[in-house]
Write a protein that binds this ligand. Structure first.
Ligand code: SF4
Ligand code: SF4
Length: 409
C-alpha cells in the first residue's frame, strides 16, 4: 500500500497489525526505560481501547521520541506514531509544559530576537543561573548544551547578498528551517554556494518552523495551525511542478509525510505534494536526470557516518551513503544506534536521562572508530550533530559542508 493511501485513513491502520512485535525490538526508548510499554502496545493495541474512550496508558506516550524506527520496520505499514501522537495531544499539561509549548510555538520570534543580539544571547545562555531559571519555568534540562545563535538570520543574509544566475539550468524553492535561519547560517550559505556552482536559481518561500517541536510538545491546535500556514504557500509552488528542497532531513520528512495527515488533498494531488518536497539527496538525483553534472570532489581520507532515524524512515540512507562515497574511498557507516536527542525531546528535563542512555552506545561506537584511525564525523540531522558533538567533544558536519569546504582531517 502506498504511504499516501494509508495516510488518507491512518485510523484504520491499527487493524493491519499482525502482532509480530518486531516494532518493540527496535524501539530505543523501550531498550533503556522499562516502564515504556513499547510501540505495539502504545500504538495499535491501545487504539482499540481509545476508540471506546478507554485510555489504558496515561502519560507514558509522552516518552516516545517519534524516531519512527517502529514504523520504518513494521511489515504492515501500521501508522504507529500517528496513534501515539494523538495520545500525546490528549494528555493534560502542567503549567511548565504549557509554557514550554509556548516557547516552541514562538521559536521563530525567539530566534529573531536571539540572532539580533547573538553575542549577548550566546553568553547569557551559558550562565548557570539562566539555565536554572529555564529549567524551573520551561522544564528545559540545564545540563543540555543549547545551540549557539548566528549573528543575524540566514534570510536577511540571503536578501542582502543573493544574486540569481542569468540563465539558470533549474529553479528550486529552499526550505531553510529554523536551524539554518537562526543557528547554522553558514550551512545555508554552503547551500547557496552549491547552487551557484551548478547554475541553479534559489527562491525562498515564506516560512516558519516546520512544527515538529510543537507536535512533540503535544499541542495539536498549534501544530495544525502551522500546517495550515504552510500548506497554501507550498501547494501554490508544487502544483506548478516546481520543487521545494532542504538540507534538514527531519524538517523535510515532516513537510512531505507528517503534513499529509492534515492537508486537504486527495489521490494524485496528495502524491504530487508528497513527491514535490524533497531532501537534498533527491535534488542531486533530479539534477543528474536533467543533465546537470555534479561537481563533487573526492577529498577526504576517512568519513564516519551516523545515519539519523528520520533519514532511514525517509529511505534516504542509501542516497546519503552514495553521496559520501563520492567524497571518500574510506567510509564507515554506523547504522545501529539512535543518538537519543530526537529534536527537542532530549532537551526536556523529563527526557534528558533517557536521551543520554539511548545515545550512550553510539557515543562508545564513535570513540572506538576514532581510536582505530582518525576520520571526520558526518550526519544529515542537525540535532543528531548537536548530540554527538556535545557527548564526544568532536566536530561533526552535514554532507553539504564537506562538499563546499575543505574540512581539515
Ligand atoms: S511491527 Fe507492525 S505489525 Fe508488527 S506488532 Fe508492530 S505494529 Fe503490529
Ligand atoms: S517512534 Fe521510536 S520511540 Fe516512539 S515508539 Fe516508535 S520506536 Fe519507540
Amino acid at each position: 500500500m502506498k504511504i499516501t493511501e494509508l495516510i488518507d485513513n491512518p485510523q484504520v491502520s491499527f487493524d493491519y497489525c499482525i502482532k509480530c512485535t518486531i516494532c518493540n525490538t527496535v524501539c530505543p526508548v523501550s531498550s533503556v526505560f522499562p516502564y515504556f510499554p513499547g510501540p505495539k502496545y502504545l500504538g495499535p493495541d491501545s487504539e482499540r481501547y481509545r476508540l471506546q474512550n478507554r485510555f489504558p496508558v496515561e502519560d507514558v506516550s509522552a516518552f516516545c521520541m517519534n524516531c519512527k524506527r517502529c514504523e520504518e520496520i513494521c511489515p504492515s505499514d501500521v501508522q504507529i506514531t500517528h496513534f501515539i501522537e494523538e495520545d500525546k495531544y490528549r494528555q493534560k499539561k502542567t503549567i511548565r509544559k504549557k509554557l514550554r509549548s509556548l516557547f516552541f510555538i514562538y521559536i521563530d520570534l525567539v530566534g529573531k530576537l536571539a540572532t539580533s543580539v547573538s553575542i549577548l544571547t550566546n553568553v547569557v545562555l551559558k550562565l548557570g543561573m539562566v539555565r536554572l531559571v529555564m529549567e524551573w519555568f520551561l522544564a528545559i534540562e540545564k545540563k543540555r548544551r543549547l545551540p549557539e545563535y548566528n549573528s543575524g538570520t540566514f534570510i536577511s543574509y540571503f536578501r542582502k547578498n543573493y544574486r540569481p544566475p542569468e540563465r539558470p539550468a533549474m529553479t528550486i524553492h529552499f526550505f531553510h528551517g529554523c536551524n539554518i535561519n537562526y543557528n547554522q547560517k553558514l550551512l545555508g550559505v554552503d547551500f547557496l554556494k552549491f547552487c551557484h556552482r551548478h547554475n541553479i536559481e534559489v527562491k525562498i518561500p515564506p516560512q516558519k518552523c516546520c512544527g515538529i517541536p510543537i507536535a512533540s510538545a503535544g499541542d495539536a491546535t498549534a501544530y495544525r495551525k502551522r500546517v495550515d500556514y504552510h500548506f497554501p504557500i507550498f501547494w501554490d509552488i508544487l502544483r506548478k511542478g516546481d520543487i521545494i528542497t532542504g538540507v534538514s532531513s527531519s524538517c523535510i520528512m515532516a513537510l512531505n509525510t507528517d503534513y499529509l495527515r492534515h492537508i486537504p488533498l486527495e489521490g494524485e494531488s496528495k502524491e504530487q505534494y508528497h513527491k514535490g518536497i524533497i531532501y537534498f539527496n533527491d535534488l542531486l538525483e533530479k539534477m543528474e536526470r536533467k543533465g546537470i553534472p555534479l561537481k563533487i570532489e573526492k577529498k577526504y581520507k576517512r568519513l564516519i557516518y551516523h545515519v539519523p532515524c528520520h533519514v532511514k524512515y525517509s529511505t534516504q540512507q542509501a542516497k546519503t551513503i552514495a553521496l559520501l562515497r563520492r567524497l571518500t574511498d574510506n567510509l564507515v557507516i554506523m547504522d545501529e544506534h539512535c543518538c537519543g536527542i530526537a529534536g527537542s525531546y532530549g532537551m526536556k528535563k523529563e527526557n534528558y536521562s533517557i536521551s543520554q542512555s539511548v545515545g550512550s552506545l553510539l557515543f562508545q561506537q564513535i570513540s572506538s572508530h576514532l581510536r582505530e584511525e582518525e576520520g571526520i564525523l558526518v550526519s544529515d540531522c542537525e540535532t543528531c550533530r548537536m548530540q554527538i558533538a556535545e557527548n564526544t567533544r568532536k566536530k561533526i558536519y552535514h554532507p553539504l559542508e564537506l562538499m563546499e569546504n575543505n574540512i581539515p582531517e
